[in-house]
Design a protein around this ligand. Structure first.
Ligand SMILES: C[S@@+](CC[C@H](N)C(=O)[O-])C[C@H]1O[C@@H](n2cnc3c(N)ncnc32)[C@H](O)[C@@H]1O
Length: 228
């Protein structure tokens, strides 16, 4: 188990944190459905338009390199949304067998054409795959949407289906200032904490894969930068 940032080449985006302070509970309730509003509604409700733009290509390259993936290997993306990373992993490593699972029916129905048939609607806590099915399982900014017990179950499931390769990334904050930004911005996360608290949880789950954090940082103009 190692701390490694496989999203180091993901572009940083700027956000107006104030935009989400009002109407938060209404927007949170909508976002938690992981439907059209969350992906393709307003920025206050979620992504504000979740469209493919190739930004996952460098991350896919780094994932392939990190796990030594090659044609014929199988990879699962848990919380795959519309399948952008699934598509780009197949693009950068032809012959790699990549699949995705996501709780959002909307995301799977609106997936990239190249990944039709590779994505399934399902829950990270109950992966419908036999033990050891994958050389690597990835879960990026997804399991923190579950409560603590759910996170542990999801991590055990990752470990079960991909015992030799895992990468999980979750929201975290390192100090009270970052925690405040996090609480003002984030809509759907149910479990959150410091990197140290997350490491305790990963150990508790018996998770042996790699991990990193999405940390929202304040910039001087009262906007924030981060991964999602
Ligand atoms: C912040 S998005 C991340 C999507 C993608 N991994 C990325 O990094 O762009 C969180 C995703 O987790 C999915 N999700 C939420 N709860 C889930 C669950 N219990 N099982 C599987 N997917 C879940 C949502 O539908 C959404 O697609």
């Amino acid at each position: 188990m190692a701390e490694v940032n496989l999203l180091a080449r993901y572009p940083k985006s700027k956000r107006n944190v104030k935009a989400r302070v009002g109407n938060k509970e209404e927007n949170r309730a909508l976002a938690m459905k992981f439907g059209k509003e969350y992906f393709d509604g307003t920025r206050e409700q979620g992504y504000g338009g979740f469209r493919y733009d190739g930004r996952w290509i460098p991350i896919a390259e780094d994932i392939v390199h990190h796990f030594g993936l090659k044609a014929g290997d199988s990879v699962l993306d848990i919380g795959c949304a519309k399948g952008f990373l699934v598509k780009d992993l197949m693009k950068v490593c032809p012959g790699l067998e990549v699949f995705g699972i996501d709780v959002s029916n909307y995301a799977i129905l609106n997936c990239e054409p190249e990944v039709v048939g590779r994505l399934h609607v399902g829950d990270a806590r109950n992966l419908p795959f036999p033990d050891g099915s994958f050389k690597a399982a990835l879960s990026i900014n997804t399991i923190h949407n579950l409560n603590r017990a759910g996170c542990i179950t999801a991590l055990k499931e990752m470990q079960r289906v991909a015992p030799v390769g895992g990468y999980v990334q979750v929201d975290a904050y390192r100090n009270p200032a970052e925690e405040k930004i996090f609480l003002d911005w984030v809509l759907t996360a149910q479990t959150h904490g410091t990197p140290e608290q997350w490491v305790t949880l990963l150990h508790e789950a018996g998770y042996q894969g790699d991990y990193f954090w999405t940390i929202l940082e304040l910039d001087p103009a009262w906007t924030i930068t981060g991964e999602s």
